[in-house]
Design a protein around this ligand. Structure first.
Ligand code: ADP
Ligand code: GN1
Ligand code: MG
Length: 370
């Protein structure tokens, strides 16, 4: 993990971007697990301008230049589509603020990579679903996002993390972490390891269908967790999809599943009390309805049939990633307390087990809505 920057350096970093006004305040912001995010307030003759300043995690995103090329191109494309549809491109998608030398990012002396977006004011993001209509909106937005990008030239996108949602490859990484047992933690979590190992056969289901050409490759977001969407504070409508680092060709089921994993769970992702964690079937139904509407008829019958599998596999995949990271010494996902990645893995496995129990209901809901 790159070292944390000092406040002094942050001002120097901020000064390399084309900002309105002078940097006045820079404070840590948000709850992302990957990048270091700061709220940057600038002042220009009494008027404040706010920005998001982010240090990209280049231990994870090995090629920040390629990543930012994706983000700049996709956001420019979305701005055009949103304007054509009469929307507000300043609020409904991100904008990359260029550096003074005209680049999409700034590399500092310590080989850190920085970017800036205007802060989208008067918005909030949810860590947990507060009511069904927010979640319905979220589903409409993620489904709509996929539709907006349906004609985006997929071959121009760089693969920012290879095999990101390739579940069999995630499973192999997990097995390697168990075998290496770098911190001697494996014996404490044998039950969780066994839970994961027992489900190896599931990991291939979607990738096999993709390889056979039975599922279409689309341009997908690939990180559709609930807090990667901004809601408008006045209308409470889903406004802007953020965290565009992993936009790559993928399956619609990834975007569906990842949001179910976070939004249709009754507990927080790191809830230590597993009795609070289950799949809320009614939220599953709400999201399915919204996602199908958002995709506006673009999903194939097989994609629709496999929506429950998308939910289960994305949850399982995240669980094995958290558990592998716990076993490897918490080097990937940020933690704020001991055992946080283990708690995260446990909630995901609890959800998977609950989905298995509720499988027929999930399938029936999808059948009814399709
Ligand atoms: P990470 O990859 O670490 O999850 P994100 O890009 O999702 O980083 O940003 C972290 C948080 O910062 C988001 O959950 C959101 O609260 C906030 N955020 C990011 N970009 C913006 C923006 N342009 N306007 C307002 N809030 C933002
Ligand atoms: C990370 O960046 P963030 O916090 O939105 C991760 C996702 C995981 C998620 C689990 C690039 O998402 O894949 O599903 O944590 N992003 C990356 O909460 O690995
Ligand atoms: Mg995020």
């Amino acid at each position: 993990m790159p070292q944390s920057p000092s406040y002094e350096n942050l001002e120097i970093v901020a000064a390399s971007f084309c900002l309105e006004g002078e940097p006045k305040e820079i404070t840590p912001y948000g709850n992302g697990h990957i990048n270091d995010t700061f709220l940057l307030v600038c002042e220009d003759g009494g008027t404040e301008h706010t920005y998001i300043l982010q240090r990209m995690n280049h231990a994870i995103f090995k090629n920040p230049a390629a990543l930012m090329e994706n983000v700049a191109n996709v956001t420019a494309y979305l701005q055009k589509i949103i304007s054509e549809k009469g929307g507000n491109p300043d609020r409904e998608t991100l904008h990359v603020v260029k550096t003074k030398s005209g680049e999409n990012y700034h590399e500092d002396n310590c080989h850190n990579f920085w970017r800036v977006f205007p802060f989208i004011e008067h918005t909030f993001c949810l860590e947990k679903v507060e009511n069904a209509s927010d979640f319905y909106d979220c589903a409409l937005a993620f489904g709509g996002f996929q539709r907006q990008l349906a004609s985006y030239p997929a071959d121009t996108l760089h693969e920012t993390i290879p095999f990101f949602h390739h579940t069999p490859s995630r499973f192999r990484d997990f097995q390697q972490a168990v075998a290496a047992d770098a911190l001697g933690r494996a014996s404490r979590v044998q039950e969780e390891i066994d839970f994961a190992l027992a489900r190896e056969a599931d990991t291939h289901i979607l990738t096999d269908l993709l390889a056979k050409g039975e599922l279409p490759l689309r341009v997908t977001h690939n990180d559709t967790k609930l807090n990667n969407i901004l809601f408008d504070a006045s209308t409470r409508k889903a406004l802007c999809i953020i965290d565009l680092d992993t936009i790559m060709p993928g399956l619609s089921l990834y975007d569906f599943g990842d949001c179910i994993r976070t939004g249709a769970s009754t507990g927080a992702e790191d809830e230590p009390d597993l009795s609070k964690v289950e799949l809320d079937l009614s939220l599953f139904e709400t999201f399915t309805k919204g996602f199908l509407k958002g995709c506006a008829g673009s999903l194939t019958p097989l994609e629709i049939k496999l929506l429950p599998m998308g939910a289960k596999l994305m949850t399982f995949e995240c669980g094995i990633r958290f558990l592998a990271d716990f076993l490897s010494g918490d080097t990937y996902f940020k933690i704020h307390r001991e055992n946080q990645n283990l708690d995260r893995a446990r909630t995901q496995f609890k959800l998977v087990a609950d989905m298995e129990k509720k499988w027929k209901d999930m399938e029936e809901i999808v059948r009814r809505l399709s």
